[in-house]
Design a protein around this ligand. Structure first.
Ligand SMILES: C[S@@+](CC[C@H](N)C(=O)[O-])C[C@H]1O[C@@H](n2cnc3c(N)ncnc32)[C@H](O)[C@@H]1O
Length: 265
């Protein structure tokens, strides 16, 4: 196989082409375009293996073992949700608005992407990272470690539906919970189905976690309540109903994406 042929193969990946090229080679994609020389055997073999895994429906980020998020690059792999661009608006809001020296929970932390980005940009804050999944917690530990943030974070196994009595008082909860409803779960693309069911499924109507967090967090905050939820693009009306005083903000694709709950609401 020549580099020119490899270039054509990689271009078929669409938006992910440059990232894939970086994973495979120490060269930029445009450099390969007219290069008729042969690709080393080990690189060609690595490429063939990746193509096979992609054809089997494996997400590209699981193959790489990392995913970009905000201004970080985080470890991820089978057993944990791949951090999404959609979640960056929640991080941005938290960085801008968390009170000074805030102690916040990254509830349903997954890879720890929210805590990692917020702690990195707000050195005055500290985090409690909570998730039910041991795999997720181990990724959170690795990702916070990668950016030297573990001294400002506690990582704890926690079930949102269990008692909240063991949690310390908090200034804020940042939470991207599972929020896909029963119907939409059936229509998920093959590569998304490779992500953990428990990271996606939010109950029959997709709202189980919002209801639970809203009721269980009442009276548990040190200062004025501040919950920032990520929500599905079509869940704003439902959240307004659950929490009439909340504010909905859109993401960079103009979809409703976060729900902010302030004060004593
Ligand atoms: C949508 S993912 C969000 C992960 C990460 N915060 C992000 O934005 O990429 C939801 C996470 O909730 C966790 N989870 C599911 N059920 C839970 C429960 N009952 N209690 C705590 N965490 C739970 C999953 O393990 C998963 O990591």
């Amino acid at each position: 196989m020549t580099y020119k042929e490899l270039y054509k193969d990689i271009k078929k990946l669409g938006d992910d082409d440059a990232a894939y090229c970086r994973y495979l080679l120490d060269r930029s994609l445009p450099e390969l375009r007219q290069d008729e020389s042969g690709v080393p055997e080990d690189t060609a073999a690595k490429h063939a293996e990746c193509v096979k895994r992609l054809r089997d429906g494996e997400p590209l980020q699981y193959i790489f073992g990392y995913a970009p998020f905000y201004d970080t690059e985080l470890y991820c792999g089978p057993g944990v949700l791949i951090p999404r661009f959609d979640t960056e608006i929640l991080v941005e809001e938290a960085i801008k608005t968390l009170p000074q020296n805030a102690y916040f929970a990254d509830l349903c932390c997954g890879t720890g992407c929210i805590a990692a980005a917020v702690l990195k940009h707000r050195p005055d804050t500290a985090a409690l990272c909570l998730d039910i999944s041991d795999t997720a917690l181990s990724y959170t530990e690795r990702n916070l470690g990668k950016y030297g943030l573990t001294d400002r974070a506690e990582i704890r196994k926690f079930d949102v539906f269990s008692s909240w009595d063991s949690l310390p008082p908090l200034d804020a909860i940042l939470c991207n919970p599972p929020y896909i409803n029963e119907k939409d779960m059936e229509r998920l693309p093959e590569n998304v189905k490779r992500e953990p069911f428990e990271a996606l499924y939010g109950g029959k109507d997709g709202l189980d976690f919002y209801r639970r967090v809203l009721s269980a967090s009442k009276g548990r905050f040190r200062r004025g309540t501040r919950i920032i939820f990520e929500i599905g693009y079509d869940q704003a009306a439902a959240l307004k109903e659950l929490c009439p005083g909340c504010e909905i903000k859109k993401d960079y694709s103009s979809n409703d994406r976060i729900c902010i709950i302030r004060g004593s609401e």
